[in-house]
Ligand binder design. Structure first.
Ligand SMILES: *[C@@H]1O[C@H](CO)[C@@H](O)[C@H](O)[C@H]1NC(C)=O
Ligand SMILES: *[C@@H]1O[C@H](CO)[C@@H](O)[C@H](O)[C@H]1NC(C)=O
Ligand SMILES: *[C@@H]1O[C@H](CO)[C@@H](O)[C@H](O)[C@H]1NC(C)=O
Length: 512
């Protein structure tokens, strides 16, 4: 009988063989690290609590200041303005007083001033300006209406918005701190101005204040605490930058009517260039009060896809986020292009769908998931039309005619579209959220994205084959009539809108 002997006793760890002093050092190291983490966390929590307290105490006075601000030009006068920075432009500015954001960016902390909020500007700048020193000029109300009081301070963040492909220019967030002296007493606070009317941006070599071009700061219409009350509006849609003479009037009507029918309260569009017919469609919805159309003309130094992505679309998207939810009072934003439709499969509309995905919490605590991604599925236009539920009196609808689809939805994050709870989002991308708000919890995890099950809802994409056509034909398909539950009502709405806008001739055929 062979006897096996273990030559070495297997050691599971080297710990027992370590000299005593080394062990002591390691244990002490772990202890110090943990203590440090606990202290850092405790300090963060204390600062957050201070910021929340400050917000609660100052809200009424700030709301009063907002109410008595001089009348600003209306939103539709917002335009790209030149920043006094080589090749830089600014478009809009919003108040961001979310304590986690103020804390995260570690603004002035120790100079006898406390940052209580930031003005968040939407800009286009050379990508090389990232983190470079730029100066914010904040204009406050002056003694007379003519000339305001101008203060300057270094921007606390000069941060590219993602998806810039490393091109020469990029959309940017520029943050300018609003601060209070550490020991301000109530009376001083009451009589001071806290909210700039306008803001401009320049590099550090500005010679003359007259060179500055200001954009209006858009404040929350419902007051600084608008996000915390239950009176918020439901959902706004962020439409695309319409460019290259966008000419699909009928599809645009189908898109808008669909969003309204499913519960959207408002739709944003950015108008680079459209045909006169599409302009008529947009004007119709503007006059009904359900759409805002902003002029979006960037100078020609920014070349489509060569030096700047899709006409600054990422500036537009994030402008829409802040405009819809930090100026207007919408709880959710939906991001979609005109040939894409988020179609609920188990619910009747967006309200029911969101009630399911983001159920109200009796304790008032916000759910950890703050954005809901819907996977993309192609309904290629080259497939034949479906005549089921066809009504000859109704204009052509994608949702009715196109029911053959690629069997497998795209993987998550690939061309997906989403709905997000705006107050818990910092930066939006085309297909998902890049940056959620940090949480208030002990370890400050951020809010998160949830990928919605294809059985609950999908993002239907009605377009030409994006690859070479035979390749597309080889993909297995199936017939999917999930959207047909909407076509009867949608058809009526589209027919009515086309008659309202174009009289008997109805919506014209696409021009491209
Ligand atoms: C600052 O911006 C101005 C205006 O665009 C430009 O003429 C100047 O060269 C810039 N200075 C620096 C240091 O970039
Ligand atoms: C910026 O503000 C300081 C005072 O706060 C002032 O002395 C300075 O001249 C200002 N700079 C510019 C370029 O306006
Ligand atoms: C869109 O922009 C064009 C100019 O490019 C303008 O003529 C048209 O009136 C605008 N349409 C709307 C609805 O704002």
């Amino acid at each position: 009988m062979v006897k096996y002997t273990l030559l070495h006793k297997p050691t599971l760890s080297t710990w027992p063989s370590l000299p005593r002093q080394v062990k002591t050092i390691i244990v002490a190291g772990i202890f110090i690290t943990l203590t440090f983490l606990v202290l850092v966390q405790a300090a963060r929590n204390a600062k957050l609590r201070d910021l929340y307290n400050m917000k609660a105490m100052t809200a009424e006075i700030l709301d009063l200041e907002m109410r008595f601000m001089p009348e600003l030009e209306s939103e539709i006068s917002d335009r790209w303005k030149s920043a006094t920075v080589t090749d830089g432009m600014i478009y809009s500015a919003y108040l961001d007083s979310r304590p986690e954001i103020v804390l995260e960016d570690r603004h002035y902390d120790n100079s006898g001033e406390n940052t209580w909020a930031v003005i968040r500007m939407i800009a286009v700048l050379p990508l090389a300006m990232k983190d470079k020193p730029l100066t914010c000029y904040l204009e406050y109300r002056g003694v007379d209406e003519e000339r305001g009081i101008i203060q300057n301070r270094t921007a606390s963040r000069v941060q590219p918005i993602k998806e810039n492909w490393g091109l020469k220019y990029s959309a940017f967030f520029v943050l300018c701190d609003l601060t209070l002296p550490v020991n301000m007493d109530f009376e001083e606070f009451y009589y001071a101005q806290h909210l700039p009317l306008k803001v401009a941006l320049a590099n550090t070599t500005l010679a003359n204040l007259d060179e500055l071009q200001f954009v209006n700061v858009r404040y929350p219409e419902g007051g600084v605490n608008q996000a915390n009350d239950d009176e918020d509006e439901f959902l706004a849609v962020c439409g695309p930058v319409l460019h290259h003479e966008y000419g699909r009037a009928l599809h645009l009507v189908e898109f808008i009517e669909y969003q309204l029918m499913l519960g959207a309260g408002h739709i944003m569009f950015y108008n680079e260039s459209v045909t006169p017919e599409v302009s008529q469609v947009l004007a119709h919805y503007v006059s009904r009060g359900v759409a805002t159309v902003l002029e979006w003309k960037l100078p020609s130094i920014y070349k489509f896809e060569l030096t700047l992505r899709v006409y600054g679309q990422f500036a537009a998207l994030n402008d829409c986020l802040y405009r819809s939810s930090f100026h207007k009072n919408y709880k959710y934003v939906l991001v979609s292009d005109i040939d894409e439709f988020i179609v609920p499969r188990m619910h009747k509309d967006f309200k029911e769908l969101l009630n399911f995905l983001d159920p109200p919490n009796p304790s008032g605590v916000r759910n950890q998931y703050a954005s809901f991604q819907f996977r993309n599925v192609f309904f290629y236009l080259m497939y034949g039309d479906d005549k089921t539920n066809y009504d000859p009196d109704v204009p052509y609808l994608y949702l009715q005619a196109k029911t053959e689809r690629v069997e497998n939805p795209q993987k998550p994050d690939r061309r997906s579209k989403y709905i997000a709870r705006s107050q818990d989002v910092v930066e939006m991308g085309n297909h998902f959220i890049w940056h959620h708000r940090p949480g208030t919890s002990v370890f400050s995890e951020r809010f998160e994205q949830f990928v919605v099950d294809p059985d609950v809802a999908l993002s239907h994409h009605y377009r030409d084959c994006e690859a070479e056509t035979t390749g597309c034909y080889l993909r297995p398909t199936l017939i999917d009539r999930a959207a047909h539950k909407y076509v009867k009502d949608l058809g009526k709405r589209v027919r009515q809108a086309c008659t309202d806008i174009f009289k008997e001739s109805g919506c014209p055929a696409p021009t491209d």
